[in-house]
Design a protein around this ligand. Structure first.
Ligand SMILES: NC(=O)c1ccc[n+]([C@@H]2O[C@H](COP(=O)([O-])OP(=O)(O)OC[C@H]3O[C@@H](n4cnc5c(N)ncnc54)[C@H](OP(=O)(O)O)[C@@H]3O)[C@@H](O)[C@H]2O)c1
Length: 274
């Protein structure tokens, strides 16, 4: 499994198993299955309501704690300095882990203007050794820029939606120009991008699946990539990306598929659902 070194020297496995929409009752079993298949990086969030199962899965895997990279995220309702510290402790206790590898602000929620204050709480958790790295998610320009203006610690990662039909190339370039790694979420476009003829043609030529082609595109472009599958067979296939290479022509052909097809929330208006 290839790893990337973050801007604070911490190493992160480049493919992570995303557990968004894995029901709480399945999270333990699926985490164990992912770790057995070879994943060493799990991406959860307080908002996914499956942290307890993920934590149990990490412990049940039999792997040493330090061999598994665990990310969780601060939910929107918990922004603010004191709230964020409390929310972190609640996540850590649901996961039942001594420390978290990576803690992210899930959404900026710009209308509340609390993200800079929230970031100070993450900086404290980092300084106290409760987390090995801190980062943000869904911080479009100018929110990332504003955060950087007051931050003492530059985020290690920026987790954003990136897939062939929604690439956010400008935001990726801006993020990287600050030494922040990109984590691509919904990397398969929630499955929709697997149907693209450009992708399936490349897959046929290389005798791999469409999902493997898209995941390889993310890897070769240097992103951390977080595919989700509720199927043990498919999550294993998604990890199996070593035996082939995409050509530069393949990579640029995939980049022509941009269509602005966002599948996730509208960052400008997304707050706390009723
Ligand atoms: N920070 C954020 O705001 C945010 C938002 C969204 C997602 N995320 C993260 O990103 C992760 C992945 O995102 P996502 O779940 O939205 O989308 P995704 O990984 O792009 O797509 C998942 C979909 O693709 C299907 N799929 C996966 N592997 C496949 C394969 N080999 N062949 C055919 N179909 C396949 C899955 O079906 P099956 O399950 O049936 O295999 C599922 O329907 C999440 O779990 C989460 O960790 C973060």
């Amino acid at each position: 499994m290839t790893s990337i070194t973050l801007n604070n020297g911490v190493s992160i496995p480049q493919i992570g198993y995303g557990v968004f929409q894995i029901p709480p009752d399945d999270a333990q079993r699926m985490t164990v299955a992912a770790l057995a298949a070879g994943y060493r990086h799990i991406d959860t969030a307080a908002g996914y309501q499956n942290e307890e199962g993920v934590g149990r899965g990490v412990r049940d895997s039999g792997l040493p704690r330090e061999d598994v990279f665990v990310t969780t995220k601060l939910w929107n309702a918990d922004q603010g300095y004191d709230n964020a510290l409390r929310a972190f402790e609640a996540s850590r206790s649901r996961l039942a882990l001594d420390y978290i590898d990576l803690y992210l602000i899930h959404f900026p929620v710009p209308q509340r203007r609390l993200y800079a204050e929230t970031w100070r709480a993450l900086e404290k958790l980092y300084a106290d050794g409760m987390v090995r790295a801190i980062g943000v998610s869904n911080f479009k320009f100018p929110y990332l820029d504003r955060l950087l203006a007051t931050a003492d610690v530059v985020p290690a990662v920026h987790q954003i939606e990136v897939h062939p039909t929604y690439q956010q190339a400008e935001l990726e370039a801006l993020t990287r120009s600050h030494g922040i790694e990109i984590e691509a979420y919904s990397p398969l476009g929630r499955g929709a991008d697997l149907e693209s003829e450009t992708i399936t043609d490349i897959a046929t030529r290389l005798d791999v699946t469409a999902a493997q082609v898209i995941i390889k595109w993310h890897l070769q472009r240097g992103r951390i990539v977080l595919p989700k599958s509720a199927s043990v067979a498919r999550l294993a296939v998604n990890l199996d990306t070593d035996g082939f290479e995409l050509t530069e022509a393949d990579l640029t052909a995939i980049e022509t598929l941009e269509q602005g097809l966002r599948t996730g929330e509208d960052i400008e208006t997304f707050d706390v659902p009723a």
